[in-house]
Design a protein around this ligand. Structure first.
Ligand code: EPU
Length: 345
C-alpha cells in the first residue's frame, strides 16, 4: 500500500471542501491495509467511499483510507430473483446501470444517487419511494480491531430512515467490503411517489419499464438537485423531521398547506421513533426564507432548500455555520428540530 502525505481532500468529497489529510491511501483489497492499520492503531482513521455524504470542517490529522474494492458478480438466482454482489468501492449509479442493462429490477428509483455501493447500506439510501433495505440481501464487513470479516443480514444492519448500525453502535468499527443485492427478474414498478408519473407522461412513455422509470428519476433529480461536479453539495443536508400527531395538528392549524407523510416504521432500527408524521424539511426551510440564500461561498440551493451548496471556496465551517442558522430559524418558527443527514468530520 502506498501512503501519501499531506494530501488535499478536495477531489474526494462532493462538497469540494479543501482540507488536507496527514496520510492518504486507497485500497482495492483489505489485505493491503490490514497490517498498516495494526501497526498504526493510534492514528485516527477515516474510511472514505465516494465522499458524497460528508462535510469536512477541519484537516484530518490521521489517515484517510479510500475504499476502492471493485467487482460486480452474479452470485446465484432462483425463479424470481437474482443475487448480485458488488464491491463497496463501485460507483453507485454505474452499478445501477449495470443492473438495468441486464433487466434486473429494484434499483431504478435509486438512479443517480451520488456515492459508492459501500455507503448505500451505511445510511439506507432512499429516493422516490424506495429504500436500499428493500433490495438488500447481505453484506460483508471487516472488523478493524478483531481483523475478522463479519457477515450481516438485513436484520443485523438495523436499518432506519437514513440510518443503520454502521452509523450508530458500530460507527468507525467496520469497513464494508461488499454488498449483495436481491433483485427481481420481473419488475414491480414504484411510480406513486412525487413527480414520477408526471415525468413519465412528459416523456410519453407508452410501455412502463425499469429503464423508463430510471430515466424519469434521472430527469427529476437533474432538474432539482445540483450536480456535484458543477456545484459542491452532499444531497439533502438534513433529514425530514418526524413529529407527533399532536404537534402536527398544531402546525396544520397554522399552516394548512404543510406537506406531510405518515412516518415509516422501521422494526429493526436502533432508535425506534414513536412519532407518527414526517414533515418536509425543504418546505420548512423555504418557509423561513432560506431558499436561494447565498452567504459568501456557502448557500441554500435555489431549487431545493434541503441542499446546502459550496459556490466555490467555502470552508466546511462556513457551510456548517449556515446549517446552524437554518436549524435555529426552523426551530424558532415551527418548534421543530432539524437533524443533519450529512456526516460532519
Ligand atoms: N419542498 C419545498 N421546498 C423545497 C424543497 C421541498 O416546499 O425547497 C417540498 C416539496 O414541494 C415537497 C416536499 O417538500 O412537497 C418534499 O420534497 P421532495 O420530494 O423534493 O423530497 P425531499 O423530502 O426534500 C427526499 C430525500 C431525497 C430524495 C427525495 C426524493 C431526505 C432527507 N431526502 O427529499 O434524498 O431524493 O426525497 O425521494 O429524505 C438525500 O438523501 O441526499 C436525498 C437527496
Amino acid at each position: 500500500m502506498q501512503i501519501r502525505e499531506n494530501i488535499s481532500l478536495r477531489q474526494y468529497n462532493t462538497f469540494g471542501i479543501d482540507v488536507r489529510a496527514r496520510y492518504f491511501a486507497s485500497f482495492a483489497r483489505i489485505e493491503e491495509i490490514e497490517e498498516w492499520i495494526e501497526r498504526n492503531s493510534s492514528v485516527m482513521r477515516v474510511i472514505l467511499g465516494g465522499g458524497s455524504n460528508l462535510l469536512f470542517t477541519r484537516n484530518i490529522d490521521g489517515v484517510v483510507l479510500k475504499n476502492e474494492i471493485m467487482g460486480i458478480e452474479e452470485i446465484t438466482e432462483d425463479e424470481h430473483d437474482v443475487y448480485v454482489r458488488a464491491g463497496a468501492g463501485e460507483n453507485w449509479h454505474r452499478f445501477v446501470q449495470h443492473c438495468l442493462t441486464r433487466n434486473w429490477a429494484g434499483l431504478e428509483n435509486l438512479s443517480l444517487i451520488p456515492g459508492n455501493v459501500g455507503a448505500a447500506p451505511m445510511q439506507n439510501i432512499g429516493a422516490y419511494g424506495v429504500e436500499l433495505q428493500e433490495v438488500f440481501n447481505s453484506l460483508s464487513a471487516y472488523h478493524i480491531r478483531e481483523r475478522k470479516i463479519h457477515h450481516f443480514t438485513a436484520g443485523d444492519c438495523a436499518f432506519g430512515y437514513r440510518e443503520s448500525i454502521f452509523k450508530k453502535q458500530y460507527k468507525n468499527q467496520f469497513i464494508i467490503l461488499n454488498v449483495t443485492f436481491r433483485l427481481r427478474k420481473r419488475p414491480v414498478f414504484h411510480t406513486a411517489y412525487g413527480a414520477i408519473r408526471e415525468e413519465l407522461e412528459k416523456m410519453q412513455v407508452k410501455e412502463l419499464s425499469i429503464q423508463a422509470i430510471s430515466q424519469a428519476v434521472i430527469n427529476i433529480r437533474s432538474s432539482k438537485l445540483p450536480d456535484p461536479s458543477q456545484i459542491g453539495n452532499a444531497g439533502s443536508f438534513f433529514k425530514n423531521p418526524e413529529v407527533s400527531n399532536k404537534k402536527f395538528e398544531m402546525l396544520k392549524k397554522q399552516y394548512p398547506e404543510i406537506p406531510h407523510y405518515p412516518a415509516k416504521v422501521y422494526p429493526n432500527a436502533t432508535r425506534v421513533t414513536t412519532n407518527e408524521v414526517k414533515l418536509a424539511a425543504g418546505w420548512l426551510i423555504e418557509q423561513c426564507g432560506w431558499k436561494g440564500v447565498r452567504r459568501g461561498n456557502a448557500g441554500v440551493h435555489a431549487k431545493q432548500a434541503l441542499v446546502l451548496v459550496n459556490y466555490g471556496n467555502a470552508t466546511g465551517k462556513e457551510i456548517y455555520e449556515l446549517s446552524e442558522d437554518v436549524v435555529r430559524s426552523v426551530h424558532k418558527k415551527f418548534g421543530v428540530t432539524l437533524e443533519r443527514e450529512v456526516n460532519i468530520l
